[in-house]
Write a protein that binds this ligand. Structure first.
Ligand SMILES: *[C@@H]1O[C@H](CO)[C@@H](O)[C@H](O)[C@H]1NC(C)=O
Ligand SMILES: *[C@@H]1O[C@H](CO)[C@@H](O)[C@H](O)[C@H]1NC(C)=O
Ligand SMILES: *[C@@H]1O[C@H](CO)[C@@H](O)[C@H](O)[C@H]1NC(C)=O
Length: 505
């Protein structure tokens, strides 16, 4: 997610690039909900468990309705129930939102959409600023694809704990200028991602119907310094390319943890009201690398050790405490957290996402989303192998990058991470350099594998069973090479995967 300045700068860059005018576009109205659609919406007042994905509308400038349709279909096919539409202040964004809702209804899928107001860019100091928000709610409240929870229009935010809308406090602002303005079918079930101290949630009494723990998907408080003090006394240190298993265990225990979720859930319990919603985050990765002269963001969160899988497992074990899982993100290329295809637009200066497909993570999502929603892990019905890695050694010196390596880069290992999904026992061989292959007999189910990367080489793998090749993965060294001499720092992951042609192997 961008900070205020950064999105505005991006908007300016887009305007400069495409020469679009900044006149406010008129959102095209959605087709009027038919009676059947209204019934469907009522039936879809889904207060059960859901999995949604966070979509930065700000990265969809070139989208037409067909692009929304293909994203929605792809998300739906992979077990995702809806999109959180993160909306900023660009004048063209209402048109993209209109297209998203239109595409969802044209597809006729039970796919939900809701507004996630980006309060790091939307103005919120004047009473009149609330109109942008209330307009979005009233425009889509009756839309058949609008997410309703407890019969109310579900809405979220990114930040906003300081928004006063011209009132004496944020509580007064949200309450009187936003929530109280929306009644009847427009009434909102409000589940913001406020970044205020959870110990002061009582100040939002009457505002929060729930809370979204945006940062919960990553070990955000793990720093190189905190890791160094945690591993004091262990025999090796973080300067190695790969770590001793004790260090791995110490770092790995922070990934996917439920501790901040517990803090948020207790804080939510201190807010009055019933039917409160706890929305948890899951994310596969995080790396951002903008120089001081642009967005001034250059750090990573440790997500080694198959962190996406770990976080899902944690949320599934704690599903009794979680109502909605929001995947962070569908398309935030700037922070390398996307699981959707690399498409649309990227903020100016984003050099690390193009060519770095993440849809392998999308392809493993349905398994976990199903387990979260039903309470039981589904059987693996297709043999699949996923593998991913960063494109250069952690200690490489980029030859043309004044920004320097990202904060916390010492925490990562120069390892290839893989996950096998197998219908029956199989033999999996993963290869970095030629002649450097690790072969493992894996049981049916989900198995994690890893091995050190080799500079100058790529990644490949095969799965065999009863002497026959079930699948192979080989993106080729043009697509992926672990390069000892990069020009720029890139701690994003390249994800490759393959699915067996048939399940009868
Ligand atoms: C809580 O949700 C149930 C079912 O969705 C609904 O019937 C009830 O009115 C809700 N209660 C409140 C206080 O909103
Ligand atoms: C990391 O933790 C997960 C459980 O969250 C476990 O399945 C995995 O084996 C661990 N990996 C390492 C390298 O310790
Ligand atoms: C899967 O099918 C494709 C296309 O028919 C074929 O090229 C490939 O060799 C098959 N892979 C295996 C492992 O059978």
């Amino acid at each position: 997610m961008m900070h205020a300045l950064t999105l505005i700068q991006f908007a300016v860059a887009v305007v400069a690039l495409f020469g679009i005018s900044s006149a406010a576009p008129i959102a095209s109205p959605f087709r009027h909900a038919s009676k059947a659609a209204a019934l469907k919406a009522a039936k879809r007042d889904d207060s059960g468990k859901l999995v949604v994905a966070h979509v930065l509308v700000g990265n969809t400038y070139p989208y037409a309705e067909a692009d929304w349709a293909s994203d929605i279909q792809l998300a739906y096919d992979n077990g995702i129930d809806g999109f959180a539409l993160n909306v900023g202040s660009d004048s063209w964004q209402p048109d993209r939102i209109a297209d998203a809702y239109q595409a969802a209804s044209d597809l006729g899928l039970d796919f939900k959409l809701f507004m996630s107001f980006d309060m790091s860019v939307l103005p919120c100091s004047e009473a009149s600023d609330a109109a942008t928000l209330t307009n979005y709610i009233t425009t889509y409240a009756a839309h058949p694809n609008q997410l309703l929870v407890n019969g109310q229009v579900f809405a979220s935010t990114f930040s906003g704990s300081d928004c006063t809308f011209g009132q004496s406090s944020a509580q007064q602002g949200w309450s009187s200028q936003f929530l109280s303005q929306l009644t009847g079918q427009n009434a909102v079930h409000f589940v913001p991602a406020f970044f205020s101290d959870t110990s002061s949630y009582s100040q939002f009494d009457g505002v929060m119907d729930g809370t979204f723990n945006w940062n919960g998907g990553w070990p955000v408080s793990l720093t190189t310094q905190s890791a160094q003090s945690a591993i004091q006394g262990l025999t090796s240190d973080l300067s190695s390319a790969t770590f001793a298993s004790q260090i791995e265990s110490a770092l790995n225990s922070t990934i996917g943890a439920f501790s901040t979720d517990q803090t948020y859930i207790s804080a939510l319990n201190s807010v009055s009201g019933s039917n409160k919603t706890y929305m948890a985050a899951v994310s596969p990765w995080f790396f951002t690398h903008y120089p001081q002269s642009s967005f001034d963001k250059n750090w990573l969160y440790l997500m080694d050790y198959q962190g996406y899988n770990s976080r899902w497992e944690t949320l599934i074990s704690n599903r009794d405490s979680v109502d909605i899982v929001e995947i962070v993100t569908w398309n935030d290329y700037g922070e390398s957290s996307y699981i959707g295809p690399v498409e649309g637009a990227q903020p100016a200066g984003t050099t690390w996402a193009t060519g770095f497909d993440h849809t392998g993570w999308l392809a493993m999502t349905k398994y976990y989303a199903t387990a979260f929603k039903t309470g039981a892990y589904p059987a693996v019905t297709q043999d699949q192998l996923f593998m991913w890695a960063r494109p250069h050694p952690k200690d490489a010196q980029a030859s043309n990058d004044a920004t320097g390596p990202p904060t916390s880069y010492q925490l990562v290992e120069d390892s290839l991470w893989a996950v096998a999904f197998t219908t029956q026992p199989a033999t999996v061989s993963i290869t970095t350099a030629s002649g450097t292959t690790q072969t493992t007999n894996v049981p049916a189910g989900v198995t994690r594998l890893s091995m050190p990367l080799a500079a100058g080489s790529g990644m490949s793998a095969t799965m065999t069973r009863n002497g026959a090749t079930v699948l192979s993965v080989d993106p080729g060294t043009d697509a992926y090479t672990f390069n000892a001499n990069p020009q720029t720092y890139n701690f994003n992951a390249f994800v490759a995967y393959a699915t067996a042609n048939s399940t009868s192997n």
